[in-house]
Ligand binder design. Sequence first.
Ligand SMILES: [Mg+2]
Length: 275
Amino acid sequence: MSSPSTPPGVTGALGFIVDLDGTVYRGADPIDGVAEALATVRAGGHRVVFATNNSAANVDTYRHKLHRFGIPTADRDVITSNQVLAARLAVDVEGFVWAVGEPPLHEQLTRAGIELTDTWQEAAAVALGWDRQFTYDKLEAICRARAAHVPVYATNPDATCPLPSGDVPDCGALIAAVERATGRPLEMVTGKPSPAMAIAALARLEVPRERCWVIGDRLETDIQMAADAGLRSALVLSGVSDLDDVARLPWQPDLVCSDLPETVGILVDDVTARS
Ligand SMILES: [Mg+2]
């Protein structure tokens, strides 16, 4: 829909940081042609890493889901906000962590060697993720932890998660409640648009950043991360953001396409023509 802006002279393998929900699939349904498009990308020697903010599932779940859609996926091909959060806490925090989230968040923290506690009073930090069992008591406890200078790290700022049944409140809504009640921003939110997510994805790709593109459906996470990290970006119109959002919001993608197959077709053809 608009021309790509791979810089003149850039040839060789491209790296793609690809969002999942709204970009590769919508709920239980893959976007048309996505498996074939990604197979062509990989056959051309280009690299792909999938990056998701959803903290209610772990890498195994995504790997199996992508396999079902005909997209071969190894563990290192998927990066989640839970992984980035766990890696950050493992470096930053000595002592117990109180995790407020769903079982995949607890699992990822444990896998990173972090010891968990059930009470904020024992915690050196709080890890906050999407939690569909969130309660007023948990909100109050997080606020008491903050008042006692216990840092709170959250997985992702998405206000909502798109489900086939409609959008439901995501971790961003919980972050907003905590920040409103305590009057200050959380210490860290690790998912997109955090640079921590971009750095982790670039490390997996092992492609020079000037050859890397972020492809996603949400301007305020995928496209903002790209802008903040100095990466090029393509917005796909198969998910949350639409052309009205592009006109209204400050984060401008380098390319706007209907979907992932169209996007990678344009970018791979472009770089192949330069080679
Ligand atoms: Mg998405």
